[in-house]
Design a protein. Structure first.
Length: 78
């Protein structure tokens, strides 16, 4: 099932971006389109979204205040 996600993402990209939401134009493009190329387009879209998600998490994580011991702070017993 996970291998079908890039294919569906490619189909959605072709429908909305290439065909502009026009069903007749989508069918004419999709009939001439290689299915592995559709999968590759979807794979690249999902890869970019994953990278954006990872960068966002890294930025948010670096902006959060650190909990725990600070470097160079004096040790105090609880």
């Amino acid at each position: 099932m996970i291998l079908l996600l890039p294919y569906f993402a490619g189909i959605i990209f072709l429908f909305f971006y290439v065909a502009g939401g026009n069903v007749d134009l989508f069918y004419s493009v999709f009939d001439k389109q290689n299915h592995i190329l559709t999968w590759c387009i979807g794979y690249e879209i999902l890869a970019v979204l994953t990278l954006i998600y990872l960068v966002k998490n890294a930025v948010v994580s670096s902006l959060r205040p650190k909990h725990g011991f600070a470097v160079g702070a004096a040790f105090r017993r609880p």
